[in-house]
Design a protein around this ligand. Sequence first.
Ligand code: HEM
Length: 142
Amino acid sequence: MSIDKSLFERIGGIEVIRKVHHIFYNKLFAHSWLKQYFVEHPQEIFENQQTDFMISIMGGPKRYAGLTPKAAHSNIVITDELFEIRSQILSESIKECGVADDIREEWLTADRSLKKAIVKTSAADCTTRRPDQRIYDIPKPQ
Ligand code: HEM
């Protein structure tokens, strides 16, 4: 009897996912538009949260104990354009780590499954979780 391997296993486990997310956040932290959203925590925190979350939706061990994506991004105006730019950067990061194209597509599909929960058209769709929290509505740099 054979049991299908999870996406987590087929990617090569946590080390590959960590490596991709390190490269991914290096690029996000250097990006003129995206870097402006990642100012409240050090890069390592974002890498770890993203890794734990993705592992849990890829059929790996349940390590993630953070907010739901909808709640975590409730104060951020993530437009369709911004989401697509981030997706493209993720795709390049996965490629740079030598992951096979079919597995890369599956990874992007898993990541994109969150799109509906976090994409918004304006600040009117945002809510804050604390009184001191700001709304991130940042225009694309010219
Ligand atoms: C352009 C798109 C995105 C932007 C600008 C963005 C930005 C952010 C920011 C600023 C935070 C920190 C929130 C806080 O601590 O208050 C965050 C958290 C997080 N994001 Fe994103 N994000 C994006 C897309 C995504 C996607 C597609 C996923 C999942 C596939 C994701 C997964 C997470 C997770 C798991 C956290 C941690 C939640 C927690 O435990 O607090 N993000 N994101």
